[in-house]
Design a protein around this ligand. Structure first.
Ligand SMILES: [Mn+2]
Length: 381
């Protein structure tokens, strides 16, 4: 029997929100990506698979921090010391747009048992009788796929394809992530492989009998709120049979609460509904979103934001999205907090695109001066 571990989209080095991990002083979500990967490595060291396949987006970005690099290095050395081969392709998140930028993967090239595929082309990696046909994120994925097919005679050993892309095929749903540089590849002609280890789409999914997305190892957006996160174990029997088992990893709790629809509620009811939702979900250590729909502007302005801050403080992130009622149309606010006139003005100047003939710095200076003069005037009154 042969045993392969297939994982993908670990996005190591991802960070989000303001919460800091008390032990390390680092961004909590960054620490989360480290912890899940370490969980996986611990598991692998116990279970000793014949090969580990990582289907891309190991790192969250083209230029991970030294900390993220050194963390991954440490984990790969643990696997290497245990003699467990690790094959990884570069995904759209870590592949530089310009070749001259160079790939972070080149750092791992010299670790025994670690195979990194990142050079914009198909490569074949042979580990005992397992042939890993690997295509990293590249300029011409269909062209590289053709080379891969020609190179797969499928006569001996196990032939596994490793791809990071949105796959297409007859009868398949859409697996796009909505990212500007994602690759799309048709897998209808890849029937001669024992297994397609796919990465990019974050939900763990059986695509075909022989094709699976392992999914990401963390929930990276509210679209993934109901997913289970983990990795796949693929067992090939002597008789050619294949068994695929999902192993769940512990991840940060994430909740998208049932929205509060304010249409038929009065001011008091809206306020207690918000408070109740927050308290019911017990936000401690979670990433949470609450939508408040159709809220009248005057009610919004009378909310006790300090109290809400207090109630949500224990969360890693608690996001309340308000959609305002305004006559018959409603509009939404992603960042509904209104600050002082100064702050709002500075933010406006920073974000707003004004004509090239206008001197932004001068406009900012004038604005601040007028506000100051006005404030002094009103203090005198
Ligand atoms: Mn990706």
């Amino acid at each position: 029997m042969k045993k392969i571990f297939h994982l993908a989209d670990t996005h190591i080095g991802y960070s989000a929100y303001r919460k800091i991990d008390e032990v390390t002083g680092l961004n909590q979500r960054e620490v989360d990506t480290y912890e899940t990967f370490k969980q996986f490595v611990d598991y692998a060291l116990n279970e000793k698979p014949d090969v580990i396949l990582h289907a891309g987006d190991l790192f969250d970005s083209v230029r991970p921090t030294n900390r993220a690099i050194s963390f991954v290095l440490g984990q790969l050395i643990r696997l290497s010391d245990a003699g467990i081969p690790f094959v990884v392709i570069s995904g759209n998140h870590e592949t530089p747009r310009l070749k001259e930028t160079g790939s972070v993967f080149s750092l791992f090239e010299h670790i025994p048992e670690v195979y990194v595929v990142y050079e914009n082309k198909y490569e074949l990696i042979e580990i005992d009788d397992t042939k890993v046909h690997a295509i990293p994120h590249c300029d011409d994925i269909e062209g590289e796929k053709k080379k891969m097919r020609l190179n797969n005679d499928n006569n001996d050993g196990f032939n596994v394809a490793l791809l990071h892309a949105s796959v297409l095929g007859a009868g398949l749903p859409i697996f796009m992530m909505g990212e500007f540089n994602e690759q799309v590849v048709n897998i209808d002609d890849l029937t001669n492989f024992d297994y397609l280890a796919l990465g990019h789409f974050h939900g763990c999914t059986k695509v075909r009998e022989n094709a699976y997305y392992a999914g990401s190892t963390e929930k990276f957006s509210f679209n993934e709120v109901n997913d289970k996160k983990g990795f796949l174990e693929v067992r090939f029997g002597e008789d050619g049979g294949r068994e695929v088992i999902f192993h769940e990893l512990r991840t940060r709790g994430m909740e998208d609460l049932e929205p509060i629809v304010c249409s038929s509620l009065d001011e008091h009811e809206i306020k207690s509904a918000i408070k109740n939702r927050i308290q019911e979900c017990n936000p401690q250590n979670k990433v949470v979103r609450l939508k408040v729909q159709d809220i009248p502007m005057h009610v919004y302005h009378s909310l006790d934001f300090d109290d809400m801050k207090r109630l949500t403080r224990s969360a890693v992130h608690f996001e309340i999205k308000y959609e305002f009622r305004r006559d018959n149309e409603s509009f939404s606010a992603e960042h509904p907090a209104f600050h002082s006139l100064h702050t709002e003005f500075l933010r406006f100047i920073r974000k707003y695109t004004i004509g090239a003939h206008i001197d932004k710095a001068r406009l900012k200076g004038l604005g601040l001066r007028y506000m100051q003069e006005w404030e002094m005037d009103s203090e005198e009154e």
